[in-house]
Write a protein that binds this ligand. Sequence first.
Ligand code: NAG
Ligand code: NAG
Length: 438
Amino acid sequence: MSDHPCHRRKTQTHPQSLFVKGFVSDAKKTMNRIEMGRKQQQRKSWVMFVCVTLLGAALITDLLFCWTSSSFIIPYTFNSKEKIVIVDTDKKQNVIHLSKTFADLPGPQLKWDKMTDSPVPRLDGAAIQINDQLFVFAGYGTIDLVHSHVDVYNFTSNTWGGRFDMPKEMAHSHLGMVTDGRYVYIVTGQYGPQCRGPTAHTFVLDTITKKWNDMPPLPIPRYAPATQLWRGRLHVMGGSKEDRYTPGVDHWSIAVKDGVVLEKEWRTEMPIPRGGPHRACIVVDDKLYLIGGQEGDFMAKPNSPIFKCSRRNEVVYSDVYMLDYEMKWKVLPSMPKPDSHIEFAWVVVNNSIVIAGGTTEKHPDTKKMILVGEVFQFQLDTLKWSVVGKLPYRVKTTLVGFWDGWLYFTSGQRDRGPDDPTPKKVTGEMWRTKLNLS
Ligand SMILES: *[C@@H]1O[C@H](CO)[C@@H](O)[C@H](O)[C@H]1NC(C)=O
Ligand SMILES: *[C@@H]1O[C@H](CO)[C@@H](O)[C@H](O)[C@H]1NC(C)=O
């Protein structure tokens, strides 16, 4: 077994491995360090850029106007990644450079049809498409109420129906989930409302008989781990650790076939380059892709009897990693902007990965969570990212399906309106658009 992934762990020399080690020892400090390092690296060139821009602006427009208004924002495109520079004129030379944008990216307006709402609104739920059915699992209804059932949408009849219960012991949000076309493998996740702890309990669902079975529990529970079937094995990677915040880089797998687990125990695999929850994990053409995600998340307030959620520092990233037959992580071109909360917000169409919505970096001033309203395409032949359209609103942890040329999305938490990208309403709305990829 010389090609066993574990045996290659030491040879892994990944640019992010520094980050990984740091996070294991002290996630928060490292996040700050990364952020500061990034800023320092880029500050010089940005100061230069801002000077040039200001000079240009001064020549073309009214210099006085700029320097008497309290602040202004210059959007700018740099190295194909959208960047924003804020110049606070009250503090004169105090230039804040944001490493990545929190702003909307331009993209074509798509024509969206509003379909029937799901029976319940849900946030942080999970979805699995099998042929013309979208199985929609679990999720928060409100922060104090979690669902313990499955709703099913039929893309042919465009109706909801066939609700059935989940096992009582199954997690209600932040699940890892994947299907082989009939059986759905469900691993770990958060058990209960607010910011409660995770469970290691795992299940397999037969979507034809609607029967649930247990699988061996994950060695350690995780929140929102990347989960996929690859080369006959169920792989579970990353997510947050038991405190809901600390990024995990552990990677386990177990052999499965037709809903049956073929081994007694999970096997330890090569760790992932960067840990954390809420990323898209996709297998296409025998290659496994890890897209976006974040480090850090809300945590339970210490000693809170209801495990009340409290906000912590988060770093959202645009990283894309790929694992192929060489069993080595490769770095692919990053997303057009950092994007997280997309674990069930993707489909594969015509050799492209299509991703809808999510969350990006927090607003630098208000520190509020910023939702994403773009539909992204990642062409797997050219490895090119593009924005193929805009959603009717920005939305996170939305659940996406594709059928008969239509891209569907349902559920998640949407924005406050076109001018306010911060999260508000948990929704059960279902929308669709005719997708046209070039
Ligand atoms: C979905 O609806 C169509 C049209 O009513 C029906 O023919 C089909 O059997 C349904 N699919 C499933 C899996 O029930
Ligand atoms: C996928 O490719 C087929 C064949 O070229 C094309 O007819 C179809 O419109 C494409 N689908 C999308 C969503 O662009």
